[in-house]
Each structure stands twice: as structure tokens, then as C-alpha cells.
Design a protein around this ligand. Structure first.
Ligand SMILES: [Fe+2]
Length: 197
């Protein structure tokens, strides 16, 4: 049975915007200490992904998407010391996106929802992309559906957030560098605050 941690949504539902961000960051600090793979924590992965977005000088929405893209792993308690992690697909992208919808607009939640199909897309159009993925990401690729069919590929390209999702995915796959020094959560407080509904 899939269990989703509802504690964060319950807490932030009625909070004022600044408190929402405070609670969200406290949750990420707590849950993000578990490991994403053998080299970095889930929080470090989120921070590296957001940093990649800021280096590309994209808008606040996509930086926030990058920071929160794997929140679904936290909500599902998926981590590297859990044997099911990345070997069983719990649809963390759908869980995270749906969870955040009451608090953030589609410009943030849709790239999050699409960041797994975006990996399938990128591996389909560029065989070398698969080879560039981490071991963990190559493993999860297969349980997430593998390469897209021609129809899936064409349909994916027509989606409103196709470009944002594929861009997010590229940052995601670059955000697994052991020991990388990047800004901490505090650097994103104003960015996330301005993106709240
Ligand atoms: Fe990720």
C-alpha cells in the first residue's frame, strides 16, 4: 500500500505565505537528510537542481520547480536505504505535483509532473542521454516505462510544459555531484514565496 505523508499539507493549508515557505523548508531539511544515491542527500540533490536553474537565469517558477521536483520522494518516504527506492515506480512525480497544486500554479507543478516522462523523452530522442545518466537513474528509467513510442514522443512534444519539463530534467540529471558547493535553502526563500498562489 502506498502511504503519502499528509502532515506538511495539513500544516501549511491555513498558514500565511511566509509561514508556508518556512514549514516547507523545515520539512525539506528534515526529510532531505536521507540519501538520494550513494553520494548525495536528497536535499543536496534538490539544491543542486535549483542552482542549475538559477545558473540558466530562468524565471522564479522554474527555479521553484527545480527545488521541489522530487518532493514526491519525501512524501512517499522513498530513499536509498529503502530497498524499493527506484526499483519500484511509486509515481513520485504525480504525487509531488498533485500535492503542491493547492499551493502553486501549473507553471510550477506541471514541469514537476512531467520530469519523469521528460527523462523517457530525452533518452528516446538521444541514445547518448541514457548513457550519461547515473546508475540510479538508468535503473529507474526501466521501471518508469523505458523509451517512448513514436506516438508518446509526438504527444509529449505537444504539451504546454514540454520545454520546461525537459529543461528541468536536464538540470535534474546534472544535480548529483558529490561535494558540490551550492547555495542553501535560504537562498530560495523569496523565490518560492513569490510563486505561492
Ligand atoms: Fe531529481
Amino acid at each position: 500500500m502506498i502511504r503519502i505523508d499528509l502532515s506538511l499539507a495539513t500544516k501549511i493549508e491555513k498558514a500565511v505565505p511566509s509561514e508556508k515557505v518556512k514549514m516547507l523548508f523545515a520539512y525539506m531539511e528534515e526529510k532531505g537528510q536521507s540519501f538520494y544515491d550513494e553520494s548525495i542527500t536528497q536535499l543536496q540533490h534538490a539544491l543542486q537542481c535549483a542552482h542549475q536553474a538559477t545558473l540558466c537565469a530562468v524565471d522564479a517558477s522554474l527555479v521553484t520547480s527545480a527545488l521541489l521536483h522530487d518532493l514526491g520522494h519525501f512524501l512517499l518516504d522513498e530513499r536509498s536505504d529503502n530497498h524499493r527506492f527506484l526499483s519500484q515506480d511509486l509515481n513520485h512525480e504525480e504525487i509531488g505535483s498533485t500535492y503542491l497544486q493547492p499551493f502553486f500554479p501549473p507553471s510550477i507543478t506541471e514541469p514537476i509532473r512531467l520530469h519523469v516522462p521528460a527523462k523517457r523523452y530525452l533518452c528516446t530522442v538521444d541514445l547518448a542521454y541514457y548513457d550519461s545518466l547515473s546508475d540510479a537513474s538508468q535503473r529507474s528509467f526501466h521501471v518508469q516505462g523505458g523509451a517512448m513510442s513514436s506516438k508518446e514522443k509526438v504527444d509529449f512534444e505537444k504539451l504546454d510544459y514540454f520545454e520546461a519539463a525537459t529543461q528541468l530534467r536536464i538540470w535534474d540529471d546534472c544535480a548529483k555531484v558529490q561535494g558540490a558547493q551550492v547555495p542553501d535553502l535560504e537562498a530560495y526563500r523569496d523565490t518560492v514565496l513569490q510563486c505561492l498562489r
